[in-house]
Design a protein around this ligand. Sequence first.
Ligand code: GTP
Length: 907
Amino acid sequence: MSDSEEEQVKQAPIIKPHQKQQKDFYAEQLQANEEAESQAPLLVVVQGPKGSGKTTLIKSLVKHYTGQKIKKLVGPVTVRSNKQHRVTFVECPSDINAMSDLSKVADLALILIDASIGFEMETFEYLSLLNNHGFPNVMGVLTHIDFFKDNKQLRKTRKKYKKRFEYETGGNYKLFYLQALKNEYYLKQDIHNLARFISIIKIAPVRWKTEHPFILADRFEQGKDNTTTFYGYVRGCTYRLNDRIHFVGQGDYYIDSFEEVLDPVEIINNQKKHRSLKDTEKLVYAPMSSVGALTIDATAGYITIPQPLFTEKNKFVNNEEQEDEEIEEQEQQQELPEGVRMVRELQKLTEGIDKQLEEEEDVQLLEGFELEEDKPIKKKNSQQQIQQQRELVRLKNRVNIKIENGTVMPITDTLLATDLHELIYQNKNGINEFDSVRYIPKVQDRDSYREIKELFVTGFYGQTDVVDLENLEKQIEEEQLEEEQEQVQEKPDDNQKEKDDNQKRQQLVNQLTNSNLGLYKKGTYVKIVIKDLSSSIKDDYPMILARSEVGEDNLGFIKIRIKKHRWHSNILKSNDPIIISLGWRRFQTIPIYCVQDPNDRLRFVKYTPEYDYCYAIFYGNFAPQGTGLVCTQSLSNKLSKFRIAATGVVLEMNHQFDVMKKLKLVGEPFKVIKNTAFIKGMFNSSLEVAKFQGGLIKTVSGLRGHIKKPSKLGPDGSFRATFEDKIQISDLVFCRTWVRMHIERFYRLITSNVKLMKTMWELRQEKQIPLEFKPDSTYQDQERVPVKFAPLRIPNNLQQNLPFESKEKVKSLSFRERLRQQVEKNLPVKSNMTDKEKEVYSLIQRLNTIKNEKEKKREQKDIQKQKVKEAQIKGQKQHLEEGKRKYKQQKQKDKFIKQVKKQQQQQ
Ligand SMILES: Nc1nc2c(ncn2[C@@H]2O[C@H](COP(=O)(O)OP(=O)(O)OP(=O)(O)O)[C@@H](O)[C@H]2O)c(=O)[nH]1
């Protein structure tokens, strides 16, 4: 061994035996956990709009898996799909609460789409709910395809729906087609394909469920002492028992008792490889529905026997009719299976078989066959039965029966078939059981087999059929050999046996410790008792009992990222109540919306943006970061508009959040001395000024300044401020401030009998209050007078010190300019013109003056005309608006009066 290798060996950790044991133990535990995890029934939620075929689909699937027919479907239905796999089907009502609850628990969602209508609003709502509560596996199912008679149109529609479904679900999920209905069930082949897909589907883990155990109750009972008992499988993950439970949609309750009970649809744990089920192993568990003839309600179970099987025929019908009916019945019975026919005939009997046997000698046990020789053999319907008859008669003529003491008794002609059984099997222990399939008595040992064999000796005693006996012996020997071989094969080696024993023991220990520690693994069937349930339970509504996680029932402020749903018609308003579905709980709260400024300040916004994200802060129960949530505005199920108002995700939880609203204080200067200005109108008292001392202020023109001290000049609340330059007296001065917004501590858990807070809109509608008119809030035309600034005059001192570039230059003036200056300064003007030129010049001047005057007048007229026109238009507009307002008010009044009258009439 080289040095490096030696070093490696030295560095490698030494695994001690007890460490290995521990490692093995953990590996086993892990494996056991994995096994247990796979054992919870797959929860399939069947969702779709009204009349899309949800019930029909569940019934068809149950019939496919178990052969059982469900008459009335209520609540969850669990079926055994194969030995290791169970499936629970739940129908999802169109109620938004039920949809939201079931979207949180589904392993697989079957989304039904009625092809004759197309995608409906519920489908999009449910997809949105699934999206925000951790997207589980989804599958689309297209029903009502038989609505399309034209093949081309059908193909086109299927393609269109497939494309849309893929777009909505992200392209990873399948869309199944259910071609048609046959006898109120979908076609076998379609259902077979769908069932196969359900059985093999790999379930994507949803984070919420892997951390939050729950029970979807499939049965409940209400006791006399105000207790309610729920039964269901533990799902999600291992249930660690605590003293409280959250009944989704009902509230939190203390657990009275919680225990494991017998699983109604157990997994079959045998080692055989094939997983398919025998008929006897097929099982459906639907305690609230009526399956086949069995109906279970809260207090009792009933078996329904179809009408024709138990009603006695009317005895007073005339004979002809009766005969006709009998013929009809016979014809019907010929089509029925033999077993059914026998049972029906037995039901017709007015007295017991024993009595009939006593009274009559020729009672038939085998139909169409009489053992009495005198009587002719009756005509049979089927060829097979005739053959059977002949063989039996032949047997009867030849048979001699050996009785136990060895004597041979010849058969009498009148021997009854019933006596045959007694004669053959009398006093034989262990051979009374019949294998009804093969008609071979079950035998414990070889001797008894032989004894029975002797009973079937044909002919006289002594002339036994030697070949038969040999065959039989051979057969027995072969069977024994086979049995031994099987035993040898099945016999496990000692190690394996020991391992199995250990495993069993470990399982038992685990079970005991788990139940003592209050751990209930996923897939355990449990019974939960809670007391004093405050409201009644609807059995067609999902009953989800979730573990109350520590901290999740605490209340505090939560910051979420939220986005208005693109299909919701209105934007959301701050301080308007909203219903939020977060975690297991649904509650009403009052959020305020905000956005984040670059300096991390949360700035209040009155409405949510139309297409963008913003933040919302509300008072609610805590949920882990990253949990998705869905907001709705009401619980009403009117489908007039898209019910999901917004969706979001939890970002942060805290006892308080600072959401600030911008507030601009405006003031006017009333005295300006150089860079100092005295400002009024910004504050109401000198105390307020003292609070803002040192604060930053700004003029409209952009000059910055500081608030100095309260001033005695001017009204109360005036102050002295300094600016970086002298401000104008006409300037406005602003002070930008922020006000902390109050977030309401309002929280109302949604239960079945909760009263919700109304939104402003609802209140206005109810009380007929029109929108408040604020004249200040309306936009008005602004008339801005242009400011006349005084000409710039630079003092001589300053001008002398200025650099040459900025100095005033000596300009050479033109003749005209010089003239104007002379006129302005009243200096005598030297004229070079002749008299004639002067005359012409003065004439031109006069004409110009006249022209200018005329133009001036025309301009003034035009302006006046324009003003008149504008005034006319303005007047018309105001008049129109006034008219509109009055009309609206009148309409609202009429509506209100009508409602009042209606209410009075109803009273
Ligand atoms: N022609 C045709 N009829 C169908 C199909 N699927 C369902 N139906 C019929 O549609 C009707 C409604 O079916 P249901 O299974 O009760 O539908 P649902 O979704 O459970 O209805 P709700 O419980 O009212 O929400 C029944 O009369 C069905 O027979 C289909 O593919 N083709």
